[in-house]
Design a protein around this ligand. Structure first.
Ligand code: UAH
Length: 384
């Protein structure tokens, strides 16, 4: 491993990504393509490498949240279709066309303005557009048949835009109560049938995220948008308990002890607020990871890490760049490897467990891991 100097790193297991893709592939209809969702730095895993690896292993398209995220992938040499799922200011359409990035649209006026801007620019590339239909997510998207028709008409009559997709997003596909998902699905299908009756030929149709791809594979249509499952995490306990698809966690967060002290001598207080007072003779280890790395301050005096195959508690407040753990009366030395999330021998601290402790979801725990932590990509047990 290269000398990291500050020894905190994330290991991304590319073989696990491959296995997860294979498991999902087996579960959905053959005709449905996989769009790998690599927004937010691939949910904290490293967007360029994850994007490349998913494209080599069964994904055919990519999705991100913003045009800037898409351009990072283009600059890295990725040529496959990339869709921006978020709202893009209409003033950025030229940049999207230049980089050949597909955008989401849902307003006829935005579409007409985009065409007008591109006409002035005398573009050679047509800008590909996916229309988002809001069937119950309540974020962005056309909400009525009239709005949908106006958007589709504007799109199909514009010279510099190409209609390449139509999609919706489920809000409760990860929950045991399937009623809203079925309602959203039926509404979306009725919108599609309406367009067909108006004489339009449908482009790529997509709706399923990970939860829906697992629980409703029959809704996979032309393509699924696979996010959290790619990273080996389940969207909810309910989806995990269905036991329909076996996923393997991809990410481990590791560090090495910076300093060990025996509290037999010297001041007993630990970290800001002196919120932990060590016992005489307690062994305290300092780790070079803090809340600026994405390890939540809410884990102060609550979290656990793995050292020499056993769980040891975080003591005192997590600071921006350091945290302290108690090794009790155990052994430990500077440079020892510590696992923050992942496995060590038989022990494990899962991202799900930490999310539960924090009252949040695994998505937030991984996607807030800071870019200052180097990512090491492991393939067939070797890293690169
Ligand atoms: C529009 C949209 C999203 O915002 C996210 C995803 C991926 O969701 P999962 O991570 O739950 O698979 C798909 N589509």
């Amino acid at each position: 491993m290269e000398n990291l100097c500050r020894e905190t790193w994330i290991e991304v297991n590319l073989d696990a990504i491959e296995n997860n893709l294979r498991a999902i592939r087996r579960h959905i209809p053959k005709k449905s393509k996989i769009m790998a969702v690599v927004k937010a730095n691939a949910y904290g895993h490293g967007s360029v490498e994850v994007a490349r690896h998913t494209l080599e292993n069964g994904a055919s398209e990519l999705a991100v949240a913003s045009l800037k995220e898409a351009i990072v992938l283009r600059k890295a040499g990725i040529t496959e279709p990339i869709l921006v799922l978020g709202f893009t200011s209409v003033g950025c359409v030229k940049e999207a066309a230049v980089w050949n990035v597909e955008l989401t649209a849902f307003q006829a006026d935005w579409i007409k303005e985009a065409n007008r801007i591109l006409t002035k620019e005398v573009m050679t590339n047509q800008l590909a557009i996916h229309i988002n239909v809001d069937t119950g997510m309540g974020r962005i998207g056309v909400r009525t048949k009239e709005e949908l028709l106006a958007s589709v008409e504007a799109l199909t009559t514009s010279k510099f835009l190409r209609w390449s997709g139509i999609y919706t997003h489920f809000s409760t596909a990860d929950e045991p109560d399937t009623r809203l998902t079925r309602l959203q699905h039926n509404l979306f299908i009725s919108f599609l049938r309406f367009l067909e009756r108006q004489g339009f030929e449908l482009p790529t149709v997509h709706m399923n995220n990970t939860a829906a791809a697992i629980a409703f594979p029959e809704f996979s249509a032309d393509m699924i948008r696979l996010g959290i499952g790619l990273y080996g995490l389940y969207p909810s306990t309910h989806i995990k308990q269905l036991k329909l698809v076996k996923l393997e966690p991809v990410l481990s967060l590791k560090t090495r002890i910076s300093y060990v002290k025996n509290m037999m001598t010297g001041p007993p207080s630990i970290s800001y607020g002196a919120a932990y007072i060590a016992k005489i003779g307690e062994v305290i280890a300092t780790l070079p990871i803090g809340y600026a790395d994405g390890y939540s301050r809410a884990l102060s005096n609550r979290g656990f890490v793995l050292h020499r195959g056993r769980r040891v508690p975080v003591v005192g407040r997590v600071t921006m760049d350091f945290l302290m753990v108690s090794l009790g009366d155990g052994e430990g030395k500077q440079g020892d490897e510590v696992v923050i999330y992942g496995r060590q021998n038989e022990a494990e601290i899962s991202v799900d467990e930490v999310a539960e402790m924090l009252g949040t979801i695994n998505y937030e725990v991984v996607s807030t891991l800071s870019r200052r932590i180097p990512r090491l990509f492991i393939k067939n047990e070797s890293n690169h």
